[in-house]
Design a protein around this ligand. Structure first.
Ligand SMILES: Cc1cc2nc3c(=O)[nH]c(=O)nc-3n(C[C@H](O)[C@H](O)[C@H](O)COP(=O)(O)OP(=O)(O)OC[C@H]3O[C@@H](n4cnc5c(N)ncnc54)[C@H](O)[C@@H]3O)c2cc1C
Length: 368
């Protein structure tokens, strides 16, 4: 079967579906997902945080803009999607550090000191904590609900969403791209590469120069604590990126922020990494985390400068990158989708606070 659309989005994760929702029927859209179900990969494997003080400047701007947008969507649904989850930044190392840089450059982050950090999160050991800051604006987001809204908004606006539709060939024929997707052929003048860990692979399939987008493993463990947990505790994050943890129901969700390069694949946890997570969190708390109830691994896909790669390819007509969201693809999704939809449609976007962001994300920064 051959079908046509104005825009074919390759990838049925949060990037692809948030974009289809944001286009909102202003162009005909088909979303092509390789797996038999949507959101199977990184989009369902996050830590479910939206943290305006986390990430490089363009990411922070997108996150700050996204939080109220998702809130408005929740109001329309008469539902709640956020749990307040302030973010404690913990500083352990004496001497000049990334902590001072964070305080100096990231608005919304306040120094509170080590004693106050322990008062807010009593599971923390006071020693050897040196200092701490807090971002009170950070929230935990119900990702399955958010994903279901992006999907239903996309479908209601007329987007066609196909699973079992892996794009295995992409050729520019005249003014359109001709895609082989599963057993179908799809023709569209514009294709959006939103394939997560596979973005460079999709580019190669289309004969487009890859931009060095590298998938990196990250594992999370959810484990019971030996001590009572207050579900309202903040999230704690080590300034030096050795661990983060937060309550998740009656257990703790924890991570050791491993960054190992991977092939694009269905990543699975490894016992040595899970062991490291428990060791690092137990070393700085009295949580006494034991054998996890559940663990998962996802792939964060990053450009060399860790800033997303978003925009039309400057060498391949009609090829649009929506890539490299790294560890920020949930928290940036709402505003980034609006920005991209406007760019694709040649229309202005109505999101405040994003001056200069589009330029910062441009794939042209990796032009040869
Ligand atoms: C442990 C962990 C914790 C995280 N925590 C957070 C957090 O708290 N907050 C936050 O903002 N972000 C977080 N992230 C990052 C976030 O999850 C990602 O940035 C986001 O999910 C990326 O979404 P995506 O749609 O680009 O990728 P994916 O969800 O992986 O979707 C890409 C899709 O493309 C499909 N695809 C690939 N090739 C093809 C093809 N040829 N044809 C058709 N389809 C194809 C894949 O099957 C896949 O479904 C975390 C990530 C990890 C791993």
């Amino acid at each position: 079967m051959t079908s046509t659309a104005d825009i074919a989005i390759i990838g049925g994760g949060i990037a692809g579906l948030s974009l289809a929702a944001a286009i909102g029927g202003r162009a005909s859209v088909v979303v092509l997902e390789a797996e038999s179900r949507l959101f199977h990969h990184t989009s369902s494997r996050s830590a479910e945080q939206m943290q305006p003080t986390y990430g490089p400047a363009p990411v922070r701007a997108l996150t700050t803009a996204s939080i109220p947008m998702v809130d408005r969507r929740a109001e329309r649904a008469g539902a709640s999607v956020y749990t307040p989850r302030p973010l404690l930044w913990l500083h352990y190392d004496e001497g000049p550090s990334h902590f001072e840089d964070l305080l100096a450059t990231v608005p919304g982050l306040a120094r509170i000191g080590a004693d106050e950090a322990v008062r807010r999160l009593p599971a923390l050991r006071r020693e050897p904590l040196v200092d701490a800051g807090i971002d009170m604006s950070a929230v935990e987001v119900d990702v399955p609900v958010l994903l279901s809204w992006y999907l239903s908004d996309a479908v209601e606006a007329g987007a066609v969403v196909r699973t079992d539709a892996q794009v295995t060939a992409a050729q520019r024929v005249g003014d359109v791209w001709r895609l082989t997707a599963g057993s179908d052929t799809v023709e569209a003048p514009v294709i959006v590469d939103a394939a997560g860990a596979w973005v460079d692979a999709v580019a190669r399939t289309a004969g487009v120069r890859p931009r060095g987008l590298t998938p990196k493993r990250r594992t999370v463990a959810v484990a019971r604590s030996a001590r009572p947990i207050d579900p309202t505790w903040p999230m704690a994050s080590d300034v030096a990126d050795r661990f983060y943890f937060r309550p998740r129901g009656e257990a703790m969700l924890a991570c050791a922020l491993e960054d190992e390069v991977s092939e694009p694949e269905d990543a699975q946890p490894r016992p040595d990494v899970v062991e490291t997570i428990l060791e690092r969190v137990n070393a700085v708390t009295d949580l006494g985390l034991a054998a996890p109830q559940t663990t998962w691994t996802g792939l964060r896909t990053l450009a060399r400068d860790a800033v997303p790669v978003v925009g039309f390819d400057d060498e391949a007509p009609g090829f649009y990158w929506l890539a490299g969201q790294g560890g920020y693809g949930i928290q940036t999704s709402a505003a980034l989708a609006q920005l991209v939809a406007a760019d694709l449609l040649g229309a202005p976007h109505a999101v405040a606070g994003l001056e200069g962001v589009q330029e910062a994300l441009s794939p042209a920064r990796f032009s040869s």
